[in-house]
Design a protein around this ligand. Structure first.
Ligand code: FAD
Ligand code: N01
Length: 542
């Protein structure tokens, strides 16, 4: 099965947005690169997650590449939050516009990446028998690319149609006339439920934990408004990159570059705080989480926002018992990823939708006919699993990564991931990770974070090229101090109380560590830039 060995300056794993931009930038440095991608097209997340209702929750004018003015001017988004097929089309467009596909090998899973101390390079092997040698190995494997299936007994026995949100078939799926069940009420489930409900004969939603969701206020984008917005695109992009927010930016026609100090709960009356939340609720989207500046830091402010959402749920959902079940009570709002929906709560007013709480009575088993809860079998024609991901570390730890002196990443991270800036790991020379644990990654508009990571790595590689350096490695002390800092910042927030996949809490046996860096994309960028200006402080070269 082994084929001949190929040699590149860099091997990239993954052809999502991160891998594509990396390839483009490496070419600008006149470096040769190959991407290996498990799927058979570009797009990553947007290639795999084709479930009904899938769309972004960062506004498309912000959730898109900023590196090419021509690209951003020529591409037209149809809606405020583009649907999955359109985002995939955009990814394909980028791959063709920048002629990326010729350096991507699809349907190829990287199984190992081993560093060789003597030749100071990486040997990368795939399930298709490829063997590549590269000076740099860059993991663009995605934070949410390894589906997590529930360990419910009998799942293989189900005789109906079984679909996974994150591995949705490429052919159209019909729910017409069917009894459909869905397990999972995170972002994926909350997007899929209203759409499936419109088609199915009956939809049973099996909810273990209620999640907070805010309305998207989605709609078609007005062309005139967009052309005005695009006149200021550079200023908008700058606005997304600064401040201690998450890079979602200010999408007014006139961008406000100046970052205003957030309004804190203690600074406003109850009526004023309610008005701020009401405005954010009406204008839609995840920015609801910054309507009051300390919602994620201060329990009182968080409680105020939670109670606001409870009122909205009760106002919307006609059956009080169902409304009560939909009110999340076991985590502060925002400490699990806030969901952004289209008609989610209203869907429970439909006669053909039933909410089955499995919080107190977990799903006992899946039988040939359906889902069994508390002795009752809900008979189904189709079952949809929207049960999430082995996030942030899942894709990295599924590859046999071995650094200097044969150290295995899986051993180094046995008690949780350790990384310097989420970019590099001590003991793993010339290996970079995009949006790795310890970076703002999943707490941010990921396109903003991906571009920042890739740009930082390219500056570093450019520096090595100019100075004829062979190896870069994060220093152990710098890594230890960064991990400590990431934890300190997390502990200043309410995030550790969320019990979510941010902490690895959804995967049995996974260490409970709050993985992303919670200080915001602006401060993180400033730290990275300062490290570069300080001669790559915390990195050693030779
Ligand atoms: P991915 O898009 O995950 O791409 C990684 C690629 O690596 C995959 O194609 C995978 O097949 C490949 N790969 C992994 N391991 C291997 C291997 N061993 N060998 C070969 N190939 C491998 N973020 C936002 O900021 N805003 C949003 O609105 C938003 N919406 C989302 C909606 C959904 C349904 C999901 C699941 C995530 C969403 N995200 C969103 C997060 C999203 O993952 C990122 O925005 C972004 O698309 C990640 O790009 P990436 O290139 O880093 O990783
Ligand atoms: O996954 P999740 P997701 N029995 O982990 C339930 C991004 N994203 O795919 O919470 C019953 O949030 C589980 O219940 P519980 C975004 O970053 C973005 O929805 O463990 N239920 C939970 O309800 C997001 O955060 C968008 O009690 C079981 C659900 O499955 C991330 O991806 C869209 C169960 C999993 O929710 C992950 O979202 C989609 C069991 N045995 C995804 N096992 C946008 O809108 C699991 N569950 C942009």
């Amino acid at each position: 099965m082994a084929s001949s060995t190929e040699q590149f300056d860099a091997v990239i794993v993954g052809a999502g947005f991160a891998g594509m931009y990396l390839l483009h930038r490496l070419r600008e440095l006149n470096l040769s690169a190959r991407i290996y991608e498990a799927g058979n097209d570009v797009g990553g997340t947007w290639y795999w997650n084709r479930y009904p209702g899938a769309r972004c929750d960062a506004e498309s004018l912000a959730y898109s590449f900023s590196f090419s003015s021509e690209l951003e001017q020529e591409w037209e988004w149809s809606e405020r939050y583009a649907p999955q097929p359109e985002i995939l089309k955009y990814a394909r467009h980028v791959s063709e516009r920048f002629d990326l596909r010729k350096d991507i090998q699809f349907e190829t899973l990287v199984v190992s990446a081993h560093y060789r101390d003597d030749s100071e390079d990486w040997v990368i092997e795939t399930d298709k028998g490829n063997r590549a040698i590269a000076k740099y190995c860059i993991m663009a494997t995605g934070c949410l690319s390894v589906p997590q299936l529930p360990d419910i007994p009998g799942i293989d026995h189900f005789q109906g149609n079984l679909y996974q949100a994150s591995k949705w078939p490429h052919e159209p799926v019909s729910f017409t006339g069917q009894r459909v069940g869905i397990i999972g009420t995170g972002s994926s489930g909350i997007q899929a439920i209203p759409v499936i409900a419109e088609e199915a004969d009956h939809l049973y939603v099996f909810q273990r934990t209620a999640n907070f969701s805010v309305p998207a206020a989605n709609g078609p984008l007005d062309r005139d408004w967009v052309s005005e917005f695009k006149k200021n695109y550079r200023a908008h992009r700058k606005n997304h990159k600064i401040g201690n927010g998450s890079g979602f930016g200010d999408l007014q026609i006139e961008p406000r570059i100046e970052i205003k100090a957030p309004i804190l709960r203690a600074e406003v009356s109850d009526d004023e705080a309610t008005a701020l939340l009401e405005d954010a609720w009406r204008s839609g989207g995840a920015k609801f989480m910054s309507a009051i500046g300390d919602q994620l830091m201060n329990e009182e402010a968080n409680k105020f926002a939670r109670e606001f959402v409870y009122r909205k749920i009760h106002e919307t959902v006609k059956d009080p018992e169902t409304a009560e079940l939909l009110c999340p009570t076991n985590h502060p709002i925002g400490t699990r990823r806030i969901c952004v929906d289209i008609n989610y709560y209203d869907t429970y007013n439909r006669d053909n939708v039933s909410l089955i709480s499995v919080e107190d009575h977990p799903i006992e088993q899946i039988t040939e006919k359906g889902v069994q809860v508390n002795g009752e079998v809900f008979e189904l024609d189709t079952l949809v699993l929207a049960t999430g991901f082995d996030a942030m570390t899942g894709a990295l730890l599924r590859i046999d990564i071995q650094g200097a002196e044969g150290e295995k990443l899986v051993d180094k991270w046995h008690a949780g991931p350790r990384s310097y800036l989420g970019l590099a790991v001590a003991g793993f020379p010339n290996l970079f990770t995009i949006t790795g644990p310890g970076s703002p990654s999943v707490l941010s508009n990921m396109l903003v974070s991906i571009e920042q990571h890739v740009d930082w790595i390219m500056d570093c590689i450019g520096h090595m090229k100019t100075n004829e350096l062979t190896v870069v490695e994060a220093e152990q002390l710098a890594e230890d101090q960064w991990v400590e800092h990431v934890n300190e910042v997390a502990n200043m927030t309410l995030f550790p109380n969320g019990g979510s996949w941010y902490l690895g809490a959804n995967v049995k046996g996974k260490p409970r560590i709050f993985m992303p860096y919670a200080a915001g994309v602006g401060p993180y960028r400033e730290i990275c830039d300062a490290i570069t200006a300080d001669g790559y402080k915390g990195f050693s070269f030779h």
